[in-house]
Design a protein around this ligand. Structure first.
Ligand code: PRP
Length: 213
């Protein structure tokens, strides 16, 4: 019987390029996937019996939980927010950034005042966990889908919980980091059944990835 394909889901966007570089380094190139003009969704490396696909980052943990992908590469922010039943096995180090509470300096005093403030975020679960379980502060969480920095500027919320990488989006909009929630980076995640059934192959792949970090 021929070796079965190992299926790997990569999050589209900021982490995709570095993820591909990493697989190239361990001898599993996915050249076709770099072609921005292609509408193809799945890429096969016949020699290594590996299939890759690019998915929206928040969907990567879903594909991996259901076993439609054996493994995936996705940011820790997405892993925490999606809270799927998957194994997180390796910190790849790249895509390093921080989840922070941000806002205008004037909002700083509101954070410890116990007043019911509004918090806008693309990550309502992470925001809720931070304010409720860590700070024990009741807040109203407002879910947004992007350009979160707008919220305190136009008066939708007092603060935001969002990713800060270089800090330039904050700077250019007159906002600051007020508190740090958690450091983030790209992680390898694995389906729980694949980890048992395909342990040798997956562990070898993790070992190889780890050796080129
Ligand atoms: C992310 C994040 C911040 C920005 C941080 O947004 O939500 O807005 O990057 O990066 P910086 O600290 O280097 O400026 P992204 O560009 O992914 O798009 P979004 O606003 O649509 O979420």
């Amino acid at each position: 019987m021929g070796k079965e394909y190992l299926t790997i889901a990569l999050g589209k966007g900021r982490l995709a390029k570095e993820s591909m570089n990493l697989f190239e380094k361990i001898g599993i190139p996915c050249e076709e996937m770099r072609d921005k003009s292609t509408r193809k969704l799945i890429f096969v490396n016949e020699e290594k019996k590996v299939r890759f696909f690019l998915a929206k980052a928040p969907d990567v943990p879903t594909y991996v939980e259901y076993g439609a992908a054996d493994m995936g590469i996705v940011g820790e922010d997405t892993i925490l927010e999606e809270a799927r039943n998957i194994y997180e096995v390796l910190d790849l180090g790249f895509g390093a950034c921080r989840m922070c509470v941000c806002g205008p300096e004037s909002a700083r005093e509101l954070l410890d005042s116990g007043s019911l403030i509004r918090v806008a975020s693309k990550y309502p679960r992470i925001a809720k966990d931070y304010f409720y379980n860590k700070k024990h502060q009741s807040v109203e969480i407002i879910k947004l889908n992007g350009s979160i920095e707008l919220a305190p500027i136009v008066g939708l919320s007092e603060v935001i919980v969002d990713i800060v990488e270089t800090g330039s989006t904050l700077r250019e909009n007159g906002l600051s980091v007020l508190e740090e929630v958690i450091p983030l980076s790209a992680r390898v995640v694995v389906n729980q059944v694949s980890m048992k059934m395909n342990n040798d192959r997956i562990m070898e792949l993790i070992r190889q990835l780890n050796s080129v970090l």
